[in-house]
Design a protein around this ligand. Structure first.
Ligand SMILES: Cc1cc2nc3c(=O)[nH]c(=O)nc-3n(C[C@H](O)[C@H](O)[C@H](O)COP(=O)(O)OP(=O)(O)OC[C@H]3O[C@@H](n4cnc5c(N)ncnc54)[C@H](O)[C@@H]3O)c2cc1C
Length: 463
């Protein structure tokens, strides 16, 4: 899990917990991910940056310079981002204030903002296999290749894993939500569970509240939707015409696939000694990277925190990209059979590649499909979030938090800067700041506000 470190400005989980007087015990992960790639290319992404780079250089000695140059570019972006106080980029007083304090860093970020990691990589690297490795590095963040992954998003992840590192919260990641919820309640907030919003109430063009599926209504000065933008504007808002802003968003971005998820309980003997926690497997054909079921993600959290499973056992969370269309229109029995069949194929691949005897060692198995993701996460098509339809201009087309509807804000992975826990935490911080300014809790300059919002809207239309 990113965001748990105690340094820099991108440790947003530590900061969010701190804001509600909470702290969680974490276990540092020495290896972010162990890649198992075509042509038996096996790369461990060590927390220690120099170890990772020297392992990569060992595989591609002829590209030593290019490797250093590409990752150095990522560090330029990361260091700039990490040096700024992160707040709303839609708020001009903050934006200009940061520019005056850190002009070089702001200009660096502005330069990379419309660029993608794949183009930068191609400036320095020629080896097709190494470029494919960079694709895999980006794919595990964005579910698209490097040419379609904004440089800002790639740099955040490719550097923070070495700077702040990956830390696993003791007891499992569910503890983050529980700690935050407890902290918020202690500070006087009220949280409603099983409260399914059916629609957002609009009066005179202003968002004034929400109506739940059980008929209850709640009103407030602002409404912030954490549903995806597709769900917010397609399901929760009953508007005759989709605002131009949202039409533009949907023109540039489409829904990423969802996942087929398999949770296994396995006997500990099946793990070779020194197995890493996170793995990414693409067996023998780079072209299969982005196709459904083409690659396999695997996390074994019990490697870091054995208390999560009964003694002598491990947890495998296996997932692979899958579209909901593949699971629709099936009778119950066919659906269950298909789940078994597809899961069996994935488990066989893992058995062949990494864990001989895996099938025999399984003591518990649960399979979830994109329909499961849709149902339990309330996300249209169970999507992982937005992916660009074509080659994007970096992050230029990504909307921030304000919307065309007054007093309605969006937050989460279909807002800048996109998917991933640290990115959505950033989106939350930005949104909180913009809302606070609009409510008069922070300084604001209405004329500058309007001008900046117009400029940002214009830039998105040319993305
Ligand atoms: C299998 C998998 C593995 C991942 N691994 C990682 C990882 O290792 N590291 C990482 O950084 N990221 C990872 N991610 C990505 C990360 O989980 C997401 O990017 C992030 O959770 C998105 O946050 P969000 O707030 O935008 O949306 P969500 O997490 O989907 O939260 C939206 C919330 O809104 C609620 N909601 C929606 N509609 C309604 C409604 N109508 N009424 C009431 N409530 C509603 C939902 O119930 C949900 O609680 C992973 C994602 C998946 C699916």
């Amino acid at each position: 899990m990113f965001g748990f470190s105690d340094k820099g400005n991108l440790n947003l989980i530590t900061r969010a917990l701190d804001a509600v007087s909470c702290k969680m015990e974490v276990i540092p992960d020495p290896t972010t991910v162990h890649f198992h790639l075509p042509n038996n290319l096996s790369v461990q992404v060590h927390k220690e940056y120099d170890m990772f780079i020297s392992e990569l250089v060992d595989h591609f000695p002829h590209e030593k310079e290019g490797i250093h140059q590409f990752y150095n570019e990522c560090w330029k972006v990361f260091n700039s981002l990490n040096s700024l106080e992160l707040k709303s980029l839609e708020e001009p007083i903050y934006l200009f204030g940061q520019f005056l304090k850190k002009p070089i860093e702001c200009l660096t970020l502005a330069y990379y903002f419309p660029q993608n990691a794949g183009d930068i990589a191609r400036k320095f690297i020629k080896d097709p296999q190494l470029l494919s490795f960079i694709d895999a590095e980006c794919f595990i963040v964005s579910t698209v290749n490097a040419l379609r992954t904004p440089m800002i998003n790639a740099s955040m992840v490719l550097c923070d894993r070495h700077f702040g590192g990956i830390n696993y919260p003791v007891g499992g990641i569910g503890g983050i939500a529980k700690s935050l919820a407890n902290g918020l309640v202690d500070k006087g907030s009220k949280i409603l569970y099983k409260a399914n919003v059916n629609n957002i109430v609009i009066e005179d063009g202003i968002a004034v509240g929400v109506r739940l599926t059980d008929g209850r209504e709640f009103f407030g000065k602002t409404v912030i939707s954490n549903a995806t933008r597709w769900d917010t504007f397609g399901k929760l808002l009953k508007v005759d015409d989709l605002p131009e802003e949202e039409k533009n968003f949907q023109k540039i971005y489409m829904k990423a696939p969802s996942f087929l998820s398999i949770h296994l309980g396995v006997k500990a003997e099946v793990l070779p000694p020194s197995t890493d926690c996170h793995h990414f497997i693409l067996e023998d054909d780079w072209l299969r990277l982005e196709i459904p079921y083409g690659s396999i993600f695997l996390s074994i959290p019990t490697v870091l925190d054995p208390s999560l499973a009964p003694e002598g056992h491990h947890i495998f969370h296996i997932f692979t990209t899958s579209y909901i269309e593949d699971w629709q229109g099936l009778a119950r029995k066919e659906y269950e059979q298909k789940k078994e069949h597809v899961a069996d194929k994935i488990i066989t691949r893992l058995e062949n590649k990494l864990f001989p005897g895996l099938k025999e060692s399984i003591v518990l198995k649960e399979v979830g499909t994109p329909k499961t993701h849709r149902r339990f996460l309330a996300r249209g098509s169970g999507t992982y979030g937005p992916i660009p339809r074509n080659i994007p201009k970096g992050l230029l087309g990504m909307p921030f938090n304000t919307t065309a509807i007054k007093a309605l804000y969006c937050v989460g992975d279909s807002c800048f800067p996109g998917q991933g826990v640290i990115a959505v935490a950033f989106s939350g911080v930005m949104c909180a700041h913009r809302v606070a300014a609009d409510l008069g809790l922070e300084k604001r300059a209405p004329l500058l506000d309007a001008a900046l919002l117009r400029l940002l809207r214009f830039l998105r239309t040319i993305a």
